[in-house]
Write a protein that binds this ligand. Structure first.
Ligand code: B12
Length: 219
């Protein structure tokens, strides 16, 4: 059992939610999330203590053969739809005229973390353009040329995609010199955090809370 932090999301609420999620009970999951939003839960608590914690647990249950791939897919799809319940809160910030393009790498199908990152830009008043999973490099570069964002944020969940990350960073460096890039995601648990030493405009950011701190300091 994973630990849940000391937030509005106590272990009873978390366990009820997890059970509903594993049973595919969309109505109950929606009710729990709506209630939390009505009680003004922070986006960070909702994303980290409910959505992320439960999906990590789903991953563990799947990895240890306690749930099927179908159950994992069902829980993932429910979570993706629940994210939109927080839109009114996410889009309520006053915009500050800054932009970020957020994307997953080629061969990276895990897109919920990246979507959350785009939401963190929005809640901090930035335009967060989210390109989703498995984005081809040339298409990513095309959007970056078009939007001219202050920051490009790349999400990586699988460490074996590290070569794709180097490939994209090299292309960004040669085709769009000076472009600020941040990288993050659970793949960095396996290494690669020193990537920022190899490129002049790349920074590793360890979590969405660190990202928020960075945005507060951003000039
Ligand atoms: C759902 C899921 C899938 C879905 C994804 C669908 C979708 N729409 O996203 C599908 C079915 C496609 C999938 C496929 C696979 N998966 Co999968 N999957 C998961 C699962 C259960 C949840 C992922 C998730 O959404 N997590 C919740 C989000 C919120 O967490 P997060 O991604 O870490 O993001 C947070 C932070 O990392 C951070 N962050 C993320 N990106 C960035 C970027 C920046 C810039 C910053 C600042 C922060 C940041 O912010 C987020 C919020 O805090 C995980 C379990 C897990 N531990 O996550 C396994 C997991 C990631 N998968 C795993 C595996 C092995 C696979 C497959 C290889 C399985 C297979 N044999 O086919 C394939 C690979 C496909 C591919 N090429 O990408 C393993 C990876 C193990 C490892 N050692 O790397 C995991 C950990 C499961 C496990 N326990 O074994 N998977």
């Amino acid at each position: 059992m994973l630990m849940v932090g000391k937030t509005m999301i106590n272990s009873e609420l978390y366990n009820n939610y997890l059970q509903a999620l594993l049973q595919g009970n969309r109505m109950e999951c929606t009710k729990i999330v709506k209630d939390l939003l009505d009680r003004d839960v922070t986006i960070y608590d909702l994303y980290l203590d409910l959505f992320q914690t439960s999906l990590y647990e789903v991953g563990y249950l799947w990895e240890t053969n306690r749930i099927s791939v179908a159950t994992e897919h069902m829980a993932t799809s429910i979570t993706e739809s629940l994210l939109s319940l927080a839109y009114p809160k996410i889009f309520s910030a006053q915009h500050v005229g800054k932009k970020a393009v957020v994307s997953c790498l080629v061969n990276e199908y895990h897109q919920i973390g990246g979507k959350m990152v785009a939401d963190i830009f929005e809640i901090n008043g930035w335009d967060g353009y989210f390109l989703g999973a498995n984005t081809p490099v040339q298409d990513l570069l095309g959007i970056v040329r078009n939007k001219q964002p202050e920051i490009v944020a790349l999400s990586m969940s699988l460490f074996f995609n590290i070569d794709y990350l180097h490939n994209i960073l090299q292309q960004l460096e040669s085709e769009l010199p000076g472009q600020q890039v941040i990288v993050g995601g659970q793949a960095f648990r396996w290494g690669g955090t020193d990537i920022q030493d190899q490129y002049s405009n790349v920074k590793y950011i360890s979590s969405i809370k660190e990202l928020e701190k960075m945005l507060h300091e951003y000039e």
